[in-house]
Design a protein around this ligand. Structure first.
Ligand SMILES: [Mg+2]
Ligand SMILES: [Zn+2]
Length: 192
């Protein structure tokens, strides 16, 4: 295992207020990004290439209603591969957060891993602790925000998402395309 460091999360402008409204221990709804928040067109990093997965805003609204903190955890090997840089990723992430805030369904934070064990350039080529299926991003969020993993939930579209959640002690569910829409919107009621 390398010493590749976990990046600081992107924090929503409303994060402090969200955290202040919920006592510790808190519960989180962990969301994979590509394939759960936005449709996975491959290394999405621009608003023009962003299509929302149907039901995602309703799901995040339900998370708030149930007292869950919505947290994105995303592998971003496109950074390590040199397809876009950290500055561009963070600018896009701020835009994505703003889309949720505009619908009164803010995200809390986005945790991201820029590494890849084989294809990363330079320091990005790392067998890190943060790239899913490793649980580093979830464990970082759990420690930062006083989250109880057993009360939390994760939704992902790949086996690696479920493995990361299991390693962090978070119950998880796989999202299939046939669940898009009302299935995704109601998924937290099944997990809770
Ligand atoms: Mg995915
Ligand atoms: Zn990483």
């Amino acid at each position: 295992m390398s010493t590749a460091h976990i990046r600081a999360p992107y924090m929503d402008p409303s994060a402090d207020a969200q955290l202040a409204s919920l006592p510790v221990p808190r519960k989180a709804l962990f969301l994979d990004r590509d394939g759960v928040v936005n449709i996975n067109h491959g290394y999405v990093h621009t608003p023009a290439n962003t299509d929302w997965v149907p039901g995602i805003f309703e799901l995040v609204a339900d998370a708030h209603a149930r007292g869950y903190l919505p947290i994105v955890v995303t592998n971003q090997a496109g950074i390590g591969r040199g397809l876009y840089d950290e500055v561009a990723f963070l600018a896009y992430t701020a835009w994505m957060h703003a889309q949720f805030a505009a619908r009164n369904t803010p995200l809390l934070a986005t945790f991201w891993c820029p590494h890849h064990p084989d294809a990363g350039n330079g320091d990005y080529r790392a067998d890190c602790m943060c790239r899913k299926p490793a649980p580093g991003m979830l464990l970082d969020a759990i420690a930062r925000y006083g989250i109880d993993p057993a009360q939390s939930s994760m939704i992902g579209d790949k086996q690696g998402d479920l493995e990361a959640a299991a390693a962090a002690g978070v119950p998880a569910r796989l999202l299939h395309e046939q669940d898009w829409g009302s299935g995704l919107a109601g998924m937290l009621s099944i997990l809770s």
